[in-house]
Design a protein around this ligand. Structure first.
Ligand code: NDP
Length: 606
């Protein structure tokens, strides 16, 4: 370290224009009044008597004969992870790919979520995968849910992935056949078929969840979850026009990324809208606009890869000559870099780095809070809408319509923070403290269960070599090489962040994962190897690497207001992804593939 350069001195309150100690105290106070001892147990799943909340409102379930055949590859999950893997397997020469999903069609989260106002808040040019391959340029900077869903369908069509699909189907058991070197697959539709390769891409936020509100089951009005929007009841479509709500008193519970997008439409179209808020989101500028045709015409082959890499570099704090995306995500990441670069030298200790990171964060959140005052006319309502926590404690949101909704006379913000959320529900009302709000309809924008996969959640039994149950071998924690595969469980691949990577644009991570799986399968086919399986010592070494490099975010997370990012205020001690971050991880994988790594998984080990 170069000690000759001057050390950065802490900035004074006058220099900063705000008091960091006062903000820290306020953040702590706001966290404390939201912490609940029951953590995740405050929620209930959409199963059993609440199963109707998760039923498919979009596609009729059709009876069919059970399937008893053999395919080369089964891909479980028809969202972008599954679609990308299907595409890469096709590229690898696998003709026989079966896609399977509990939904009635492709799209994953974009199949299920069709609420009014739905958009992706990551720029479409980097979020929608395989744009160049499919030959598509998004119509808007931030695409609507319907445009994204149609793109998912277009990928499936382009790679001929509809051919052998099983929709409205859930895998109930995977059992490895040692003699045949293939998986026996059973499903809830009575299917019993064989697949050489199985790829699990079931998503991480897939199952809608409800708050465990006392009396929720007694409510006699209409009710649904945002991920199963009932347009039969509301009228309209994803672009709005919810005309059937004109004479309805509507309650929406939750102000996360979903609530922020749906609330402007509900406010415009309901007779009266009550928004039940527990923690306000940070709501930054959206600035959506149509794609410039001149820009689209100027794009050169390889443009999407360049943009995706640029976005990932900027948002993970890396150095890029130019910020090609230049939006709310990247400018916040740049703010942190600039504050540090403009003030100090590059010899910062971790403590100094944390200090400047925090200052940048305070500055950003001050801007977010000032925006609330600029837009919301009633000062008391504005106060309730201000988020008091660090920027990445909760998922940031972006909207040019949300805060404005609270200036409407027919919209009431009901803050539930002092009560830990809604207190109770009756036959006709939502109750907060002593106050009852009579409503005709309650819409839950209360998010999803966080499951790393059905396997880890214990709902999908997997038996590997010799009938060994996978969860049994994972008792002390997951065991994989690079997050993809496990010793004793040949030809079984996992997509997801576990012992792999994560990023704001998770589709980028999925693309790298699908590319890797495609490359390994192609090599196995080339070598004529029947079983892809990591050597035990390679797996052991990777678990050690993950453990050694795991960033310990638990202090940061413990100071955050509760939510699914910090396991509802009970942060897990260490991270479970590759510590140095996604760019380093992708580089590691590329090197591994180029420098003989395949031998670790293609030795045909028994
Ligand atoms: P979230 O889990 O983010 O939000 C749930 C909301 O429900 C929170 O505001 C929560 O409050 C509130 N809530 C829960 N229980 C109660 C209760 N008992 N009383 C009152 N309020 C309650 O779910 P979302 O569906 O909004 O978003 C889930 C994820 O989906 C996002 O984080 C994002 O990853 C993704 N998404 C992405 C979008 C995109 O544009 N890319 C758009 C929409 C969603 P509290 O915060 O206090 O817990």
């Amino acid at each position: 370290m170069d000690h000759s350069s001057p050390r950065p001195a802490p900035l004074t309150v006058a220099e900063l224009g705000f008091d960091p100690d006062a903000l820290r105290a306020r953040y702590r106070h706001e966290r404390d009044r939201r912490l609940r001892p029951d953590g995740n147990a405050q929620y209930q799943g959409t199963r059993g008597e609440f199963g109707y909340y998760a039923a498919d409102p979009y596609t009729e379930r059709v009876e069919r004969e059970p399937v008893r055949d053999r395919v080369e590859a089964l891909v479980v999950g028809g969202g972008f992870g599954g679609l990308l893997t299907g595409a890469k397997l096709r590229d690898a020469g696998v003709a026989d790919v079966r896609m399977l999903d509990e939904a009635g069609d492709f799209g994953g989260t974009w199949y299920w979520n069709r609420y009014p106002g739905i958009h992706c808040d990551i720029e479409a040019s980097v979020y929608l995968p395989l744009l160049e391959e499919v030959g598509y340029v998004p119509t808007m900077r931030y695409a609507s849910g319907e445009e994204i869903r149609r793109h998912a369908v277009a990928i499936a069509e382009h790679y001929d992935l509809y051919r052998d699909t099983l929709f409205h189907t859930r895998v109930t058991e995977l059992r490895w056949d040692d003699d045949a070197d293939e998986w026996q697959v059973r499903t809830d539709r009575g299917d019993d078929f064989r697949a050489r390769y199985v790829v699990m891409s079931a998503g991480t936020l897939a199952q809608p969840k409800l708050p465990g509100i006392p009396g929720i089951e007694t409510f006699k009005g209409h009710t649904f979850h945002t991920s199963r929007w009932d347009y039969g009841y509301t009228g309209g479509d994803q672009t709005g026009g919810l005309h059937k709500l004109a004479d309805k008193r509507v309650a929406i519970v939750g102000t996360g990324a979903t609530g922020i997008q749906a609330i402007p439409h509900l406010g415009r179209d309901s007779q009266h809208l009550y928004v039940f808020q527990r923690t306000p989101s940070s709501v930054d500028v959206r600035d959506n606009r149509p794609t410039d045709p001149a820009w689209a015409a100027s794009l050169k082959p390889g443009w999407q890869r360049e943009r995706m890499d640029n976005f990932l570099t900027v948002v993970t704090g890396g150095h890029a000559e130019q910020d090609l995306i230049d939006d709310g995500w990247t400018s916040t990441a740049r703010l942190q870099r600039n504050l540090m670069a403009g003030t100090v030298d590059t010899t910062l200790s971790p403590g100094e780095r944390a200090y400047f990171d925090e200052l940048a964060d305070f500055q950003k959140m001050n801007e977010i809070r000032a925006r609330v005052d600029e837009i919301v006319t009633d000062p008391a309502t504005a106060e309730l809408l201000k988020p008091w926590y660090r920027y990445m404690c909760k998922r940031p949101t972006f909207s040019d319509h949300y805060l404005q909704t609270y200036n409407r006379p027919n919209v009431t913000l009901v803050d539930t923070a002092d009560h830990g959320g809604i207190t109770a529900m009756t036959e006709s009302a939502v109750v907060v403290g002593e106050q009852e709000y009579e409503v005709d309809c309650v819409i839950f924008a209360t998010g999803f269960e966080v499951g790393v996969s059905g396997i880890v959640a214990g709902v999908l039994p997997v038996h590997g070599r010799g009938g060994t149950p996978l969860l049994g071998t994972w008792m002390q924690g997951p065991r994989t090489l690079h997050g993809f595969y496990s010793h004793g469980f040949p030809n079984l691949f996992h997509l997801g962040p576990l012992q792999n990577a994560t990023a704001v644009n998770f589709v980028h991570i999925l693309l790298e994962q699908a590319t890797h799986i495609g490359a390994v399968v192609a090599e196995a086919r080339r070598r004529g190897v029947a079983a892809i399986e990591p050597a035990k010592d390679a797996e052991e070494a990777w678990i050690g690497t993950i453990r050694e490099l795991a960033p310990d975010n638990s202090r940061f997370q413990a100071e955050c207001t509760p939510g699914y990012y910090n396991n509802e205020g009970k942060p897990r001690p260490v991270g479970f992804t590759y510590g140095p971050g996604p760019i380093a991880f992708h580089e590691l994988l590329r090197r591994w593939r180029a420098e003989g790594g395949m031998d670790e998984v293609l030795a045909g080990e028994r």
